[in-house]
Design a protein around this ligand. Structure first.
Ligand code: HEM
Length: 532
């Protein structure tokens, strides 16, 4: 093709580039004019007939998909995981069986409560989700930067999130400062007190994603080739160490550059400063779980590192920015139920609900059941099954056979494989159907106190100031009083600081503890997790 003839469209044509890249419609038909809708005469009405214009506008009209119901604001990066210590005695997962093995990964960091356009440095939990594209399928470790969670049972999650997100009538606030609905819910949910200590501490607002830890939170299982199971908690330890900003700094950064965290990550990778995290595991058995003062299925409790040291087994390196934010960061679908043979679930009631929720929400968010066909979600190992059809099906069974068992192809189609396939750990389960949890779930204050007293005096001062500031944004005095009542069960000094800061004439009564806190926990039990 020769040079474009500028005279054709007169002044209404603006030539952007050479003639080699002929624009086409989505159907591939060459486009002659992308800037002027077909009209009846120069001053006449636009014609519906213009299929080029209609296709363009139609596609634009449908560009948006729902943002994630939580963790809407996030930033994704490619990388790889390299195994430094093989653990075949613990797990038959192939990702863990050979030192030096590298597995491609995709990691998405996020805030929880803010919408897609909210500022990066909110006082909020950070998501730290990693998809490992292993030879046995995708394993998703969908964690946060805090090792515990607000609630113990997934059935409460919609309430927690409703209370944290903008109120339904006024549509504010979001994620920047806490507010009445949030504190109302929290003060009525004492199980959240341990997490409240973390979220009000200096750890909460990371200097950047590169300086924060990650935790799988729940107890999972590792299962070896002999079928022996061990419990495991997963940890990410940043090689750059742990660094945060304080609220004052966060406000300025947010004002100056609400994209500060995503820009930091992009720039670091763009300039070859690849951030790294060590993957650590805390492994323990049934005997330890029985001895431990809390239920290891309770996601509001940590396992202190003094009791079970973290063993480093590999390193995650993030070394590649995305080509397209929407295609990769927005369309990636993490799910706790994505595990591989050798990794299994426990009965943690929060984890079990998550296993349902992610797949369910993604069905809607990504428009149907075939989102595993989207390249960022597609496994990088062979995928063979008889699932078919549905919206946007990119791969379907080949040939005649789409069921099993079948006797076609002399067994050449996909078949179950009892040896190589995923098998659930055969944990014996029996019991009455109840809506109850074991008794130690009701100890809401022991580890909250342990966390608080493990903080340095400066950190404790900051924590008290953060609580005072956030509660001062809560207009209802009864809610403030309820919160201080909980704080009295954590630390009297902290409760008094906050009560004074809020101008209370007298200390409200301590909240009635559903279960007496364990009193002999030492601050050092929680220290190592803070000082690494
Ligand atoms: C999204 C972590 C509890 C439902 C996420 C994401 C992370 C995360 C990191 C963002 C994933 C991404 O970047 O795309 C956690 C952790 C939890 C927790 C660590 C507790 C230990 C829950 C619970 C539920 C839940 C209890 C529901 C019962 C969701 C949903 C999404 C989400 C629906 C959006 C997923 C999507 O649209 O792709 N969570 N979460 N989460 N989480 Fe959780």
């Amino acid at each position: 093709m020769g040079q474009q003839d500028l005279s054709k469209g007169g002044a209404n044509h603006q030539k952007a580039r050479g003639a080699d890249d002929t624009m086409t419609s989505a159907q591939g038909a060459p486009v002659s004019d992308d800037q002027n809708w077909l009209k009846a005469g120069a001053r006449g009405p636009s014609l519906l007939e213009d299929q080029i214009a209609r296709e363009k506008i139609f596609h634009f009209d449908h560009e948006r998909i729902p943002e994630r119901v939580v963790h809407a604001r996030g930033y994704g990066v490619h990388g790889h995981f390299e195994l430094k210590e093989a653990i075949p005695e613990l797990s038959r997962a192939k990702i863990f069986n050979q030192v030096g093995k590298k597995v491609p990964t995709f990691t998405r960091f996020s805030t929880v409560a803010g919408n897609k356009g909210s500022p990066d440095l909110a006082r909020d939990v950070r998501g730290f989700a990693t998809k490992f594209y292993t030879e046995d399928g995708n394993w998703d470790l969908v964690g946060n930067n805090i090792p515990v969670f607000f609630i113990q049972d997934a059935i409460k999650f919609p309430d927690l999130i409703h209370a944290a997100k903008p109120a339904p009538d006024r549509g504010f606030p979001q994620a920047q400062t806490a507010h009445d609905n949030f504190w109302d819910f929290i003060s009525l949910s004492p199980e959240s007190m341990h997490m409240v200590m973390w979220i009000m501490s200096d750890r909460t607002i990371p200097r950047s994603f590169r300086f924060m830890e990650g935790f799988g939170v729940h107890s999972f299982r590792l299962v070896n080739a002999e079928g022996k199971s061990s419990y495991v908690k997963f940890h990410w330890k940043p090689k750059l160490g742990l660094q945060s900003v304080i609220w004052n700094e966060a406000l300025k950064v947010n004002g100056m550059d609400p994209d500060f965290h995503r820009r930091d990550m992009w720039d670091a990778i763009d300039s070859g400063n690849f951030p790294q995290w060590d993957l650590g595991i805390q492994v323990f058995d049934d005997a330890f779980a029985d001895r431990f003062p809390f239920d290891i299925l309770d996601a509001t409790k940590i396992i202190p590192e003094e009791d079970v040291p973290v063993r480093i087994i590999g390193t995650l390196t993030l070394d590649n920015n995305v080509d397209n934010f929407f295609a990769e960061t927005e369309q990636v679908a993490f799910c706790t139920q994505n595990v591989v043979p050798g990794i299994d679930f426990t009965n943690d009631p929060l984890l079990q609900g998550r296993n349902f929720s992610y797949l369910d929400t993604q069905l809607k968010r990504l428009g149907g059941p075939n989102f595993t066909h989207i390249p960022i979600n597609a496994p990088k190992c062979p995928v063979r099954h008889y699932q078919q059809d549905g919206h946007m099906a990119m791969t379907n069974p080949k040939g005649r056979v789409n069921y099993e068992p079948n006797s076609w192809d002399h067994g050449e189609g996909p078949r179950e494989n009892p040896e190589a396939g995923f098998t659930s750990f055969p944990e014996p389960v029996e019991g009455a159907k109840l809506r109850e949890r074991s008794e130690t779930f009701a100890d809401h204050y022991s580890q909250a106190r342990q966390f608080f007293i493990s903080q340095t005096p400066v950190e404790q001062t900051h924590l008290g100031a953060a609580l005072t500031f956030e509660l001062s944004k809560c207009d209802r005095e009864d809610i403030r009083a309820r919160m201080v009542g909980h704080l009295r069960n954590i630390d009297e000094g902290l409760a008094k600081t906050v009560a004074d800061g809020l101008g209370m004439d007298e200390l409200p009564a301590a909240a009635k503890a559903a279960r007496e806190p364990v009193t002999d926990l030492k601050p050092s039990d929680a220290l190592s997790i803070l000082k690494n």
